[in-house]
Every structure is written in C-alpha cells, then in structure tokens.
Design a protein. Sequence first.
Length: 496
Amino acid sequence: MIKKLIFNDVRHNKLMSAVTVFFMTISAALLALTVLLCTNLLGAIDNLMDNAIVPDFMQMHAGEVKERVLASFADNSPQVQDWQLCRFLNLDNSQIVLGGHNLIDSTQDNGLCVQGQRFDFLLDMDGKLPIVLPGKVYVPISYRAQYGVAPGDVLEIGERKLTVAGFIRDAQMNSMMASSKRFLVSEKDYRALTDQGQEEYLIEFLLDDGADINNFQSDYLDQGLPCNGPLVTRPLIRMMNALSDGMMIFVIFLVSIMVLLIAMLCIHFILALQMERDRKEAGMLKALGIDRREIKRIYFAKYLLVSACGALVGLGLAAAAQEPLAKQLRELYGSADQGVSNGIAALLASLLSVGIILLSVNQSLKKTDNLSVLDALFPVQKKQKVRRQYLLIGVMTAICTFLMLVPKNLHNTLCSPVFVTYMGIGSGELRIDVRQREDIDRMTDQIAAVLEHDLQVEKYVVLQTSVLTHLYLVKLCRTIVHQQDGRRRRCGGIVD
C-alpha cells in the first residue's frame, strides 16, 4: 500500500519530486567528489614520496661543507638510518632558455643535479629511475604545461645546449610552493656546467621509524653543522604538496557545504507545501484511527526512496567528474592506489549528505504530531507567525550571497599589491635576492650603489636575514628578561 501511495504521489507531483531528487543528487555528488579528490591527492603524494624515498630531514646549504664532520655526526646519532650529500648547481634564470622561453621571469631557483645515490630519487612519468645520457636533460613536470615543453626541445644554459629527453616528478620540489626546481642531467654534463652557476648542497638524512624530527633538528643545529639555507622535513614536504593542489578540493568542499544547506532549506519548503496540500488527507487518516507514526512513515518513505536515488546518481556523477579534475594531480604526482576503501569513503560521504537532509525532513514532519483531526478537516484561518519563514529565506539568501562573494573576494585579495606584505615581504615593485657567496657583502654594496644612482628608483632598502639556532634564541630571551628585571628594579617595581 505504501508503495502505491508513493508512486501516486510522485506521479501527481512530478516537478517537486524532480527538484527534490536534483538537490539530493547535487549535494551527494559534491561531497563524494571532495572525498574522491582528497583520497586521490593524498594517496598519490604518499606513493610518490615512498617510491622516491624522500629524506626525513634535508638542509640546503650554500658554502663549504666538510663531509667528515657530517659523517661523524651521522655515525654518532642513534636516530640516523642513512645520509647522503647531494649537489645542486644553482643557475641564473636569465641564462636559462627552455623550449624558446627565457626563465628570467621565473620566481623559482632553477638548477641542475644528478640522480641521488641511495634515496631522494627523481622519477620519470612511469615511476622509474630515468637513465640520463650525456647531452640529455629531464625537465620538472610542472614546466611541461607552463612553458609548453615537449621531448626533443632544447634547454639552453649559456652557450651549452641540452636536449629534453623527458620529464621527472620531484617528490621534494614538485609543488609550486617549493622555491626550487631541479633539472636532471648526467654526471658528465653536470661537471661541464659547474662554472655556469653556484654549487649548493642538499644535506639529507633518513631517520629510523619513530624518530623525533624536532629533537634531531635541535641536535643538528646545536652541533654547528652547515645551515646556510632552508631546512625542510618530510611532514613539511607532504604539507606543501597537499596545500599546493588542495586549494581546489577545499573550494569544492566549501561549495558542497553551502549547497547542502541550500538543499535542506529548499526541501523543507517543498515538504511544507506538500503537507499543506495534504492536510485534509492526513486528517482523514487520523480520523480512521491510523497512528501518527504511520502517517509520518508514509511521507518519510517517499523521501527515503528519493534520497537513495539521489545518493546513487550523485555517486555516479562524482566518479565521472573525478577524471578531468584529477588529471593535473595524476600528472604531478602519479596515480594513487584505487582501492575499495576510496569507493567506500565516497559512498559514505554521499550517504552522509542525504542522511543530513533526511534528518531535516524528519524534523519537519514532527508538525504532523500536533495536527488534530478538526484542524485538518476544518481549517480555520489563523494569523500565522511568519518570522521563522523570513528567517529561513534570509539564511538561504545569505548562503547564496556567500557563494558568489567569497570567490570574488578571494581573487581580489590575491591580486591586491599589498597581499605579499601579509607574508612578510615588503611592498615594492622589484625584489632582488643576493645568493649566498663569499663576497656577498661586496656584491650587495654594488647593487645598492647602482640603485642609488638609478633615476627610476624612488626608494630602496637593503635587508639581511639570518638563521638562528634555538640556543641563541634562548640566550636572547634570557637577556631580554634580565633587562626587564633591571628596568623593574630601577622603576621601583612599576613597569609601563
């Protein structure tokens, strides 16, 4: 009997039934798509990092390195499983021409390297170690789409030319949030091009399982080992990779939440309209002695059927939309293991979406409990409170406005010229970074002298950065505390 009632209701209310299925489908599809993309991204990143054997601790250093000191530190540290010293030839971007495009406008530190000996491997598009022949070069995969590079193109470094043999995935520097990019060349070409740039070092350590990276970092800095450059750990590498390409997923997640709220409100109005139309039928059922729970079950059964259809269709749409959206993720990080767990997670996400809507439907159906037979069969015009309806309409309008304004405001924020100041960078038209070198002071003075006499430069400032160990910071804090204590004594215990 319930099946017949549901079928007749759908047949007589085709538009409202279709709209209900639409909202449930879109809500389930967006939330399931978010889960699918998130699992693909994290799975692909983990696979790439495991296959490349990313170091747990890496210190970039510009300057002299004493391998004996590093070897002694590694041998005496119980947390170190393995270590290696990789060379990175930092090039001037103005000397690099990739596929006819000069990289002078690139914000990346581009350089050459050779394949790691025991770990930190650069992998080709098949996830294997490429064999680099003399005269060949493997280009970071992120540059393929950015500069339209293809195998067979030429990489020019000064007067030297190398042929692009393929592309590599760099688990450490794949993300555009990483400040450096590595080009893989042969040992012979690396030695021949050494005079074209400044050689830096990547001091890398593999730690035992369960080792505390923070304690190891403190031990490394306390020993006064080379630290003239950025310090990167494995969790930070994973976070940079996830954040770089996870912004799209985060936006889809926000949209799915907003669409879910809109769906709840719209279905609430549809249900209220339907219950108002069926007021007399509900009163007749109550007059015949049918329990109020049975009446609710008739309405709820329809939405349960509609939600099942919406969840399944939404899951199919999410699976179909996943392929084009995950194309860039697969190109940068490779394929993730498409296990049953990913499908189950997406199914649970779609069921969660329609489940939340069903809970709101169940709350809306509770008004039938207080509906008497007389009020249902002989409705009396009463002055109804419309404040709640206006509130719901206002909430729905606010949500729609949020969906329209947030992307626009985000775009305006990122395009604002003062946005970089939030990241600790001064507001200016041009920034010049002087590389670490022995005559860095002389080179900085030369640049400042040129800027001083340049009529196009209105203002300029020379800033210096330093890397401080935690022991130095502790001593600095103690000095500040002692100064404050002395000031307190001089002021008679009163501090401003």
